[in-house]
Unconditional design. Sequence first.
Length: 360
Amino acid sequence: MNEFALGLGRYPAYVYDLPGLEAHVRGIRAALPGTEVFYAVKANPDTEILRTLAPHVDGMEVSSGGELAHVREILPGKPVAFGGPGKTAGELALSRTLKPDRIHVESPRELARLAELGPADVLLRANLQVNVPNAALTMSGPFGMDEDTLAHCARLLARYPSLTLRGVHAHLASGLDAPAMLDLAHRIAEWAIPWLRSQGVDDPELNVGGGMAVDYAAPEARFDWHTYGTGLSEIPARVRIEPGRAMTAYHGWYVTDVLDVKTTRGETFAILRGGTHHLRTPVTKGHDQPFKVLTANGPERPATLVGQLCTPKDVFARDVLVPPLAPGDVIAFTMAGAYAWNISHHDFLMHPKPAFHYRR
Ligand SMILES: *Cc1c(COP(=O)(O)O)cnc(C)c1O
């Protein structure tokens, strides 16, 4: 990757390591026998990434009509689960033509609207009250439905012959390690399987969501897929997961070069071409984006790596150790393959967009 990144010529650029990504997803697949793996497209919907992942996952999870149309266009025939809060009438109508294999229903109103459109296989999204210590994000609030509302949906479903209840969807937290994720999955199953059976579902499906931990402070660490897969295989249902970040984060780089270096009141800043309008991840997550300096050598000193935006928030990494930097030195921010380019505010300040390169 280093040589590939140095040969690009023009910065900033995103580089995706497709063979690395393929090996990673093969490993995940092998660690999860008996569990269906859907990729959460919102983590990174890049076409080449989707094509690389597709042969090794059971399907794609999409969270909008836009993602649904995108996946159907580039991967026709690949199973798709369509979720997300606030689906519009237009998005629900699109599901009539693009026929997602499963629809994750977020509310009784959505269920009623869907029933009018014709046949669909649905999972009800559950917002169960489980205590999740150490989670980076918990998905309570507007997502899914509590037990009473789910019971209401079950009564409605009895009146909607067009809809087939297949199971429960529960994406309750993110940033958990494998034992914590497993505990969560078992608690979902303990409630959902008997509940689904009581609703007459013979072959219950359980989508236990994504959210597998990715530690930006430990770029070499990986979620323990093996422990997770082994534990999931004990759940007596058709279990599906939908990871995003832990699939694609590790195989994207944002590569750029140094424009200026200066010291202000004792603090050294390296100003890099581009900025967090291309790589928003460190700002949203509040971390130092891991990086490699590809060109400079020498004794390391603290510096703050910033971009070209006119805001003090445009920081990639604060007070990190770097070798002596000069204009033209090349830096690669790693772990930029998920929630990076596609969550960034590209047009802020109207700087040129990065180029995109694929190592094949
Ligand atoms: C975002 C999301 C995911 C993927 O989460 P990651 O943290 O990227 O693994 C999965 N399911 C749902 C419903 C989501 O909203």
